[in-house]
Design a protein around this ligand. Structure first.
Ligand code: FEO
Length: 393
């Protein structure tokens, strides 16, 4: 247990060995499931719990802190990495009430079988007194589920934001020490989880502007004692401002698409555009997702397989579509043996990306001189489009 502020303690768990979240998202730096104990002069509250696999750590921290009575357990979010220890907590502290919003309550009943009488529901802006401390509940929906909310402690000016502003980062530091490292982890987290909800994030950021916040304590990663660092990063990532960057995500079977990608990337670099190139059979999808946060243009490179795109290229298109980046332009390059519907199938897989499709470049077999010239023209056209859209470095 570590002290965050006066009578506010971090009692969660660091998961150094976590490698994959939701059986999908790589966790190169582990993660943490943060839970916070707030001791008021009259009542004690726990804010969020931890992943069920780490329940013993949470219980050990709370029992070790000598908490003999827990009045409230705030559930800011129903997902199990924060709610999964609730049933065990309620066994240990049977008189505790689960404080959450009505939507989250129904989800917790569905997910964890918690009985109706265990809940106290709160409306947006409602407060609960702990004596000399107050918990104010601020609805911050869709970061990243519909029921998500934050809890504000006005006396200490701390915002407990759960997933919002989180970072999958296992660290012994209670507060951010290395801002560059945390920026990387927080951006990866934003890209993989928050990016599809940009509009709602902007609304939530505007709402938080009304609060005086001196500290943000999320439920993954270290706490921010300089909250403007992460708030400004979110304002940048969630804005409409893309950068003069192209993500080239490709796969090649026998080298033709690979040669096209190499030539095309060189042409882009020579024109002054920043490029991030990803080989899709071996890619860390977190890095690809992060690159999608900023890039004005995505170009997918694929050979034709069974008349359609290579499955790795299809996966990238599916992922990009799900993540809904603010991409302005999309194109496709690649090769084919005798024909196919690769372009039609790939573009049909990205209906959520409201981007202009720039004429693809396809080579029959090995790329020839005319194909390389077409790739040069594609690079020029992308530069022109970026300039016309006012996208500059
Ligand atoms: Fe960290 Fe949406 O759970």
């Amino acid at each position: 247990m570590r002290q965050l502020n006066t009578n506010v303690y971090a009692v969660g768990a660091i998961d150094w060995d976590a490698k994959l979240f939701d059986r999908l998202i790589p966790l190169p730096d582990g993660t943490s499931y943060n839970s916070y104990l707030v001791r008021g002069s009259e009542k004690t509250a726990l804010i969020d719990t931890v992943d069920p696999a780490k329940t013993d750590v949470l219980l050990g921290n709370i029992v070790g802190a000598g908490v003999d009575k827990l009045d409230y357990i705030v559930a800011n979010h129903a997902e199990q990495d924060h709610s999964g220890s609730l049933p065990d907590m309620l066994l240990l502290y049977p008189d505790a009430k689960v404080v959450t919003n009505p939507k989250c309550k129904e989800m917790l009943k569905d997910l964890l079988g918690i009985e109706d009488e265990k809940f106290v529901t709160v409306e947006d802006g409602q407060e609960i007194s702990l004596g000399d401390k107050t918990l104010k509940f601020v609805y911050t929906p869709w970061v990243h589920w519909p029921e998500t909310m934050s809890t504000y402690l006005p006396e200490e000016k701390i915002l407990f934001s759960c997933d919002f502003f989180g970072a999958h980062l296992a660290t012994s530091s209670l507060f951010v020490e290395d801002e560059a490292a945390v920026y990387e982890s927080a951006k990866r987290y934003y890209a993989e989880i928050m990016m599809p909800f940009r509009k709602q994030i902007n609304a939530n950021l505007a709402k938080l502007d009304e609060l005086e916040i001196e500290m943000i304590a999320p439920s993954h990663g270290p706490a921010y004692d300089r909250p403007e660092f992460i708030i400004d990063a979110y304002k940048d990532w969630a804005s409409d401002n893309v950068k003069n960057e192209v993500v080239v995500a490709y796969v090649s079977m026998h080298g033709s698409t690979g040669k096209m990608v190499s030539h095309f990337v060189e042409a882009l670099i020579e024109s002054g555009i920043k490029v991030r190139q990803f080989e899709l059979a071996t890619v860390d999808i977190g890095k690809l997702a992060m690159a999608l946060v900023d890039a004005a243009t995505i170009v997918i490179g694929s050979p034709t397989v069974l008349v359609g795109p290579h499955p790795c290229a299809a996966y990238a298109a599916f992922l990009a579509n799900a993540l809904r980046p603010r991409t302005r332009f999309v194109s496709i390059i690649g090769s084919y043996g005798w024909g196919g519907k690769m372009v039609e199938q790939l573009t049909a897989m990205m209906p959520n990306i409201k981007a202009e499709i720039i004429e693809p470049v396809l080579a029959k077999g090995e790329p020839k001189q005319a194909d390389y010239a077409a790739l040069d023209r594609l690079a020029e056209e992308i530069l022109t489009k970026h300039k016309e859209a006012g996208i500059v470095n």
